[in-house]
Design a protein around this ligand. Structure first.
Ligand code: SAM
Length: 275
């Protein structure tokens, strides 16, 4: 697992999140589908919480901020976390508008102008500064240990994990266990948003190969239900429709929205009777 100590954050960005992404055929690009899922989630669900005090936590966010762009108008604070220092540094550089930071501007234009329909350049620039303002300095996390985020003691309202559980946990049992831990980190009525690779057993960054838990859609839903969540929406996209196939053996992506019930439901009493 210390494989991740050699994770090349900048290479990952260049390969997976090219700044030319939105010049390509959008129907074929998996990450444009991922971004659309996030857009639809915040547009559809934002009435279910109070924007002024909602806390969003991203687990294993890598060097990325794409999943936070559509969240920014609807939450008060965002905590980004990752296990690898260079990933956290990439996000910190972006937050600090460092000249060497990765250029996420095309992603902002896509979300704010194309998806939300706000065409002025001013609206795009405002979103960038809004996200910089509410995004805290990145924190370290480790999904293999508890607490997962040692420097985060308060419960949160939304947790998102994008390709960071199936790619870092060794087994399905660990995946199911982490769902329970994430359940406990949420406030009642809190949301867990999972973007996962389906049918994937490996992915590449340059020549480095990383393993992945082979997931079917029902594995994710069942793990969420076992942890106590209520499933709100499930979407998936088949990768056969995508032109990109060189970086992994993924067959598709899933976006799963699950919610912690308002009150922790009591475990039904189990009666063992011997006749
Ligand atoms: C496939 S990448 C996903 C990155 C990003 N979330 C995205 O959507 O592209 C997996 C991420 O998990 C992080 N990671 C590796 N080991 C981890 C661990 N033990 N706990 C949490 N995250 C870990 C890696 O640093 C990497 O950023």
């Amino acid at each position: 697992m210390e494989l991740y100590k050699g994770f090349d954050a900048r290479r990952y960005l260049i390969e997976r999140y090219p700044t030319t992404l939105f010049e390509e055929d959008q129907t074929k690009i998996m990450s444009s589908w991922d971004i659309l899922c996030y857009h639809k989630f915040y547009q559809t669900f934002n009435k279910e919480w109070d924007n002024t005090n909602t806390i969003l936590l991203e687990i294993g966010g890598g060097p990325c901020i794409y999943a936070l762009i559509s969240a920014a108008p609807y939450v008060a604070e965002i905590y980004h976390t990752d296990y690898v220092e260079s990933c956290c540094n990439e996000v910190l550089m972006w937050k600090n508008a460092d000249p060497d930071a990765y250029n996420w501007s095309p992603y902002f234009r896509h979300v704010v102008s194309t998806l939300e329909g706000q065409v002025s350049l001013d609206a795009v620039a405002k979103r960038e500064s809004q996200l910089r303002r509410i995004l805290k300095d990145p924190l370290t996390c480790d999904v293999r240990n508890e607490p997962i985020v040692p420097n985060m003691s308060k419960p949160v309202d939304i947790i998102c994990a994008n390709f960071s559980l199936e790619t870092t946990l060794p087994t399905m049992t660990d995946f199911e266990h982490v769902m329970k831990v994430l359940f406990d980190m949420l406030n009642p009525k809190g949301f867990l948003l999972l973007l996962c690779s389906l049918g994937c057993s490996w992915y590449l960054i340059k020549e480095a190969k990383f393993p992945c838990i082979y997931l079917r859609l029902e594995n994710i839903e069942n793990a969420a239900k076992k942890a106590g969540f209520v499933v709100r929406t499930v979407e998936s996209k088949d990768k056969a429709l995508s032109g990109r196939n060189i970086y992994n053996d993924t067959t598709g992506h899933a976006f799963v929205v699950v919610q912690k019930p308002e009150q922790n439901q009591q475990e039904p009493e189990i009666h063992n009777s011997r006749v």
